[in-house]
Each structure stands twice: as C-alpha cells, then as structure tokens.
Design a protein around this ligand. Structure first.
Ligand SMILES: Cc1cc2nc3c(=O)[nH]c(=O)nc-3n(C[C@H](O)[C@H](O)[C@H](O)COP(=O)(O)OP(=O)(O)OC[C@H]3O[C@@H](n4cnc5c(N)ncnc54)[C@H](O)[C@@H]3O)c2cc1C
Length: 470
C-alpha cells in the first residue's frame, strides 16, 4: 500500500479539524488533513453559515411587509421570494468560504487528502481513496475531528424529500406551504423561523415542557413571545411518533399526554439534535474510550486515553458548536507542538439565531443559585434603546448575573438584536473575572446596542440611567 508520513495528521476538515491543521502548521508541524466530504465540514457546508444566510434573507423578506413600509419606503409590500436564486446566493457564500479554507491550507503548506480515514495504529491511519488505499504515518500526533450527524427518530427516518434534516432544509428550492418542525431546540427554531418568514405555516413539536433547553428562562420567554407574534405554533410536551402520506399531504402523528393529534403538512423537518460520528474510525480496535452519551473522552488538552491520539469538536461533547470545535482544535494542535498553556475547559459562549437573537455566556440565574452564589441581577430592555428603536428591533433584554458578595460577573444572557455580536464584551467580563463596576465604568459609544450591556451592568446595582426605578 502507498505510504506517506507527516508530523501532524488531522481527520476531518470542519471548524475543529481545519483550525487544528492551520495552528499546527503555524507552529512548524508538517501537517496533513484527510477529509471525505467538503472542507469546512457541517459548519460551512450546511450548518452555521448556510443557515445564517437563510435567516438573513428570510428576515429581510419578512420586513418588507411591515417594518420597511413603516419607514416610509413603499412599493415593496408585494415583493416575492425566488427560492432558486436564494439558493444560488447562499451557495456562493459557501463556495467563497470553502475555497478560502483550501487557500489557507495551500498558504500554510498543509497537504489535503480526499478520502475516508480509519485509525489502524496509535500513529497511523489508512485512507480509503478514489485512487486506491493510502497509509499515513503521523510522527507527532493525530487529531480526530470527525464531527456529528443528525439524530434520526424511530418511525421518522430521513428520506431527503418528505422527512428532511437541516442539510436539506437549508437547500430547499421551493418554500413549503406547511412545515412541521420536530424539536424546539436551536436548529429547529432557527430554521422554523426562516420558513415562517418566507411564508410557510409552521408547527413546532417539542417533547419537553419548554423550548431552548439550558437557556435562561427570561431569555427564552422573549423568544417565545416573538414566535407567538410570528404565528409559529409550538406544541410542547408533544411527541411526533410517525408520519403517513395522504392525498392532502403528510399526516404527522403527535402524542400529547393522553391525546393523539395530527398535523397535515408538506414537509417534516426533524431537528432533534446531533450525535457524534464515532463509527468506522477504528476506535474500538484502538481502545479509545467513549462516554455513556457516545462522545470521545478527552482531557484538558484534548488527549484521548490512547497516547498520540487527540479528539476535538462535536466528537467530544456538548456544546456542539463551531467555535468550541475550533478552540479545541487550537488547544490540541498546540499540545502536540509542545505548547500546553491552554486548557479546553473554558466558559463557552453560545449564540442562537432566533428572532430575537440570543447570546449567552457563563452561569444563568438558576445555575448561579444552584452553585451556591448569592446573586444580584441587572436587567435592561432593548425597548429603551434608541439604536434598537431605529433598527425596529426592540424585543428582548440584557440580563447580567453577578455575585452579590464580590460583584464579579458570573454570566450575561442577551435576547435582542445582534445579541451574538454583543457577546464579545460579556465574554471578556466572564473570562477575566471582572466586576459589574469594571464593566459599567467603561464609556460605551452612543447610540449603540452595546449601551444596553452597559445599562445591564449598571442595573445590577440599581444604577441604570435609562430605566425607571421601581
Ligand atoms: C443547521 C445547523 C446550524 C448550525 N449553526 C451553528 C451556529 O450558528 N454556530 C455554531 O457555533 N455552531 C452551529 N452549528 C454546529 C456546528 O456546525 C458544529 O458544531 C461544527 O460544525 C462542528 O465542527 P467539527 O469540526 O467538530 O465537525 P464537522 O463540522 O462535522 O466536520 C467534520 C468533518 O469530518 C469529516 N469526516 C468524518 N468522518 C471522516 C473520516 N472517517 N475521514 C475523513 N473525514 C471524515 C466530515 O466529512 C466533516 O467534513 C450548526 C449546525 C447545524 C446542523
């Protein structure tokens, strides 16, 4: 078998793998990446970026009916959506970014091998390629970054047309008239909102008693309110159990407590979460430890229990987010290059691109109370922000959770316009253990959305300027 050698070998070129490879090359390691699909992984090809492009387009279209005419811009109310052109536009963004990754590989002298890799020894993989098998020996380390795949529900297997996953949902060339979304989590609500704003009737079926598990209840409430305004029907404590094709459409059977219901739709989007891809990689033969949820166990430097093999990204557990994958990729590559200063166990920001957008970092109020903190809370509502009014996006709030004894910021939770971009400042406060006063004493430019954060930090001591004292 043809055999090549390298210093660092990365399996998978998603945000975990490609970032690991670039960092490895920057640190002087001869680096090879094996990818069996498209570089960029889920994130660039059908996850983060395509979904955000769709969200932007859907929101722009939706605003043409009410918000834009309200500004005195007329003649736009009857605009229509060309789903094929929308796809072409989205495809262009994906192409630019994936080509960009290939250029970065070239610029960093990273070798890209197309094929499916399987571990065959602690320092070696075999790659199933179109032009014959290849053995790659890695002298310094292997980083596995094979990511995740959508979970399939029993009785509701993906068929690519009627029952679809996120991959198909970001690529539809026709807007369905009636859409059922199974799962009231991040992906289900983001894509459900897209199709609602593009004109579909949308029903979300969620098994638990609430949408967006893990997010601060007050932040979720802002999102739930907007879902109601948008007339997205959310059925909680309801399980989708099967689907039947009829002349009128797809009958999705739903069990809510004792009751059995059905909703008739044109498409079913099943978005009940992602699972790590651990099969077919030789993990069992290598003795790589997997936890009870199916994720690869790693230490603070992303090492598995087998010397020389590291794992990063969706493969290693929650949160299954692109920036967590990239961060772990950097940590692993640095460790292989001998730099072990960074630890993967850091507070992870998370952004949800619902309407309003959500951005969170650190402890929620219930988590802080459970951890034994005496908390003080600062809240500020976007309705009182001049910038938010000008943007016509006044839903939501900033909620600062601080330690009442030390004044340290424990968490910041935002529902509102550009919440994901506002997170940077909040992350600095949490990472650096800053106090609400440290943050409140920074002058924030006017008029900006960042002033809502400033007011949130001030509000923790009852000192918000643009809020009526109660
Ligand atoms: C619809 C959707 C929207 C999302 N939006 C966001 C968001 O807004 N923000 C965010 O942070 N995250 C988001 N995510 C999650 C994000 O996409 C993932 O967390 C991220 O892509 C994980 O990166 P990764 O490198 O671990 O794996 P992946 O991106 O899954 O990449 C793994 C790569 O490994 C390759 N591979 C697998 N097995 C092999 C093998 N044996 N040999 C060679 N190659 C192999 C695959 O082809 C793939 O390219 C979203 C996900 C979805 C589905």
């Amino acid at each position: 078998m043809e055999t090549i050698s390298t210093e660092l070998l990365v399996i998978g070129a998603g945000p975990g793998g490609y970032v690991a490879a670039i960092r490895g090359a920057q640190l002087g390691l001869e680096t090879t990446v094996v990818e069996d699909g498209q570089v960029g992984g889920v994130c660039l090809n059908w996850g983060c970026i395509p979904s955000k492009a769709m969200i932007q387009a859907a929101d722009t279209f939706h605003r043409l009916h009410k918000e834009v005419p309200a500004m005195g811009i007329t003649g736009v109310e009857n605009a229509s959506i060309d789903a094929e052109r929308l796809q072409a536009w989205k495809g262009g963004i994906v192409k630019k970014l994936t080509n960009g990754v290939k250029m970065l590989f070239k610029g960093n002298k990273i070798r890209l091998v197309n094929g499916r890799a399987r571990l065959v020894a602690p320092g070696a993989v075999e790659v199933d390629r179109a032009d014959g098998p290849l053995r790659i020996e890695a002298k310094k380390g292997i980083i596995v970054a094979t990511g995740g795949a959508p979970i399939e529900l029993p009785g509701l297997a993906f068929d690519g047309t009627d029952i679809i996953g996120a991959m198909e949902a970001v690529s539809l060339k026709e807007i369905p008239k009636r859409l059922a979304v199974i799962g009231g989590g991040v992906i289900g609500l983001e894509l459900g909102t897209v199709y609602r704003k593009l004109g579909a009737q949308v029903t979300v079926v969620e098994m638990t008693s609430r949408i967006l598990p893990g997010i601060d209840p007050e932040i979720v409430a802002a999102c739930a309110r907007r879902l109601r305004q948008l007339k997205i029907k959310v059925l909680t404590e309801s399980r989708a159990v099967g689907v039947e094709k009829t002349a009128d459409g797809l009958n999705l059977k739903i069990v809510s407590g004792e009751k059995e219901n059905q909703v008739v739709v044109d498409k079913v989007l099943s978005a009940v979460g992602m699972r790590p891809i651990t099969e077919g990689l030789g993990f069992k033969d290598m003795g790589i430890e997997i936890d009870e949820l199916g994720f690869v166990k790693t230490d603070k430097h992303c090492r598995t229990n087998v010397a020389g093999i590291y794992a990063v990204g969706d493969l290693t557990g929650q949160p299954m987010l692109a920036h967590k994958a990239s961060f772990e990729g950097e940590v692993a590559a640095e460790a292989i290059a001998g730099e072990t200063g960074r630890n993967r166990h850091m507070p992870m920001p998370s952004a949800v691109f619902t309407d309003p957008e959500i951005g969170c970092i650190g402890l929620t109020e219930p988590q802080a109370v459970e951890a034994g903190y005496k908390t003080k809370i600062g809240k500020f509502f976007f309705a009182a922000s001049g910038k938010a009014l000008a943007l016509q996006e006044t839903s939501g709030l900033v909620k600062v959770v601080a330690d009442a004894e030390t004044d340290k910021v424990l968490g910041v939770h935002i529902a509102g316009p550009h919440a994901s971009d506002l997170l940077g400042e909040a992350a600095i406060a949490v990472y650096k253990g800053l106090t609400t006063k440290d943050m409140a004493h920074i002058v924030h430019a006017h008029p900006t959305l960042s002033e809502t954060l400033l007011e949130g930090f001030l509000a923790a001591d009852g000192l918000a300027i643009h809020a009526v004292r109660r």
